[in-house]
Structures are given as C-alpha cells and as structure tokens.
Design a binder for this molecule. Structure first.
Ligand code: DCP
Ligand code: CA
Length: 368
C-alpha cells in the first residue's frame, strides 16, 4: 500500500465547549456536564468537564456529588446534557471538515478521520499546514478548538491526537512511528483495558516497545489469533484500515406475533424482553448506541400503535432499554381495552460511541 496521510480531528471537551459556545461567560469557570439520573438532585455521573474543572480532578464518569466536592470553593457551573444541541454543532463541524478530505469517516459525535493523502500530495509538511488551516477554520467559523493527530494511518493519528490536548497538533511521520510509540503504555491502544493490561503485565509487557518485541506466536496462544495479531501489528503502528464513511442503519427493530392475543403485562414483557436481547446483539455487532426506544403493538382489531421515548444521552444498557420498553407497554395497556396480537421493539437515533472498542468486534466487552 502506498504511504498514506491520515488525520484524526478530536474536538476538545466537546459537550462543555458547546455550552461555552452559547454562553461565553462560562469560559472562565469550571464547567461540568452531567447525566442526571433524577433519583436525588445530585445523583448521576459526569459526562465531561472543561479543562478548568479537570484541573481540580474532575473526570468523565465520576459521580456528580464527587465533582461538586472537588469544586466546592469555586464558581463552578453544573449543567445537564443537551444532546440535541451538541448534535447540531457536531453536524456543522463535520460538514466543515468533510470538505478537506479525500475520504472522511466520522467516529462518534466529536471525532473524525480524514484521509488527506492526495490533497497534500503525500507530503507531511503540507499536511501540517492543512491541519493549521483546519484548526483556524474551526475556531473562526464554528468557534471551537480541537486537537489533531497526523500519521500514516488511523491508529497512529488517533494516538497522536491524544498526546497533546486541548488545542494540540501532533504529527508523526512514518520514520518516527516506532520511536513515537515505543515508550507509551500499552493501554494507549484501542481495546486494551484494565483486564488485558493486567494479563500483559504478568507477561512482562507494559510499554508498546515491550509488546512489539514479544513473540507473536506467544501472543496468539494467550489472546487468540485475531487479538494476538492485532496487538503485534498495532504495537508497531501497523494499521491498514481504510478511512471510509460508515453507513449506519437508521433504526433496528424486531417484531413478533404472540402465541395468542393477550392483555397480560407479564407475557408481553417476557416476549418484549427477548426482542430487546435480539436488538442488543445487533447493536453490539455494529458497535452502536441508541437514544430513542419505541414499542409497536398490533391489536386484536389489527390497529397499529406506536410509542417512543428519547433519552437524554445515548445508551447501550440493555437493562435500561428493557425498563423503558416495560414502561411504554404499561402506559399503552392503560390506554386501551383491546388485547394485543403482535408486539415490536424499535430503537433509533443510533450512533457510534467515540471511544469505540476494537475488542467489541472480537466479542470482548472490555473498554478503554
Ligand atoms: N462522553 C460521555 N461520557 C464519557 C465520555 C464521553 O458522555 N464517559 C461524551 C462527552 C464528551 C464527548 O462524549 O464531550 C466526547 O468524548 P471525548 O472522550 O472526546 O471527551 P471530550 O471531548 O469531552 O474531552 P477531550 O478534550 O479529552 O477530547
Ligand atoms: Ca473530544
């Protein structure tokens, strides 16, 4: 394969930066965006935070009450996720970026790969200029900062973008790939989470250099062929994955006919739960999260009814999905006297989480 030049553009502290965009006075304060569970005023988890809040130790995934404690003596601002607004901004950003690429691939809401090989004549100096142009354009046209990694493939550009944030630019030319990766911890690779890291540490592997020097056959015997080969190649910065637009399905649905018409909630829930399991398998295979959940009911008189609920933020949590499906059927049964003949579940508003894990392709649930 001829040498490629691939860029990964990652928007900085995205949800929080969007909030700063619509209210610039937030820029000088610690800003935390939370997904509130609604149980008590402060229950829920931190979705993201601006870098001022991060300096106080606030991190994604942390309980909101803990973030409040860390920011107790500051003028901090806590806001709920407004996913619709962030998606609007994301669409503007992606439309802006797409124009710069020979091939374009959005990953999650705030990241995109751009293959710019032809655009810059396979010249890394020109790629650097182009990166600066993109950063300036995003700042002046949309009002956002981003971090960019540039390398000979997606794997290297992704790791490069993570090296310097916020507002960073890291360029790794092909001849520098090995020395760039060598000292990094193995969990810089997509797909190496806590479990794999511990297993590797018992093999004496902690850095990418250790991994690159490890016998590939031994890796295969421990992790299986797919993963063993992936780890071996990735540790050396080898990655042939093309940059390509992902076609995502609009929705995934399953429908079935009940063995007999019924109004019995328990029987309907049981069947609906099986449909949810099937849908979840499909979502997992395609590495998708959902935000809208719907039920379909075909009644004894063959009339068709649908009910939907849209969540604050995307989820892949099957239990949450089942709870909502149960709620919707509960509500629906309260509104009709008829019995149910066929039921369906449909999820839509699908997206790919930005921290997508390669391992999900190999059936391992571990995440970075
Ligand atoms: N997100 C979330 N929960 C997480 C991680 C992320 O809700 N555990 C959301 C909020 C983020 C967005 O996804 O703004 C993008 O995720 P990133 O991992 O790219 O994080 P940020 O853009 O917030 O920060 P960074 O500046 O490190 O890229
Ligand atoms: Ca980001």
């Amino acid at each position: 394969m001829p040498e490629r030049i691939v860029m990964l553009v990652d928007l900085d502290y995205f949800f929080a930066q969007c909030e700063e965009l619509r209210k610039p006075s937030l820029r000088s304060k610690p800003v935390v965006i939370g997904v509130y569970s609604g149980r008590t005023a402060d229950s829920g988890a931190v979705s993201t935070a601006n870098y001022i809040a991060r300096n106080y130790g606030v991190k994604s995934g942390m309980p909101i009450f803990q973030a409040k404690k860390k920011l107790s003596n500051t003028e901090s601002v806590f806001l709920p996720v407004d996913y619709t607004f962030y998606e609007e901004i994301s669409t503007r950003v992606m439309n802006f970026l797409r124009v710069y690429a020979d091939a374009f691939e959005q990953v999650g809401i705030d990241e995109a790969y751009l293959d710019v090989t032809h655009r810059v004549n396979a010249d890394f100096e020109k790629a650097e200029q182009l990166s600066r142009e993109i950063k300036d354009g995003l700042r002046s046209r949309v009002g956002l900062t981003c971090s960019i990694g540039v390398g000979p493939n997606k794997l290297v550009s992704k790791i490069a973008a993570d090296r310097k944030k916020p507002d960073g630019l890291t360029i790794v030319k092909p001849e520098k790939v090995r020395s760039f990766l060598a000292p990094l911890a193995i969990d810089q690779l997509i797909g190496i989470g806590k479990k794999t890291r511990e297993k590797m540490s018992t093999l004496g592997i902690t850095t990418l250099d250790d991994l690159a020097g490890f016998d590939v056959q031994k890796l295969i015997s421990v992790f299986g062929r797919n993963l063993g080969v992936y780890f071996h190649n990735a540790s050396q910065g080898i990655d042939k994955e093309p940059v390509q637009e992902r076609k995502q399905p609009e929705s995934v649905s399953r429908i079935c006919t009940l063995s007999e018409n019924t109004r019995e909630a328990k029987r309907i829930f049981e069947k609906a739960s099986e449909l949810c399991d099937e849908i979840q398998r499909t979502l997992k295979e395609r590495n998708l999260t959902l935000r809208t959940i719907g039920i379909i009911a075909v009644m004894s008189d063959l009339s068709i009814h649908v009910k939907n609920r849209t969540l604050e933020a995307p989820t892949e949590d099957i239990e949450q999905m089942k709870r909502i499906v149960d709620d919707l059927f509960d509500e629906f049964l309260g509104e009709t006297q008829l019995s149910v003949r066929r039921i369906g579940v449909k999820v839509s508003n699908l997206s790919q989480p930005s921290n997508h894990s390669l391992l999900t392709y190999f059936g391992d649930k571990e995440r970075n």
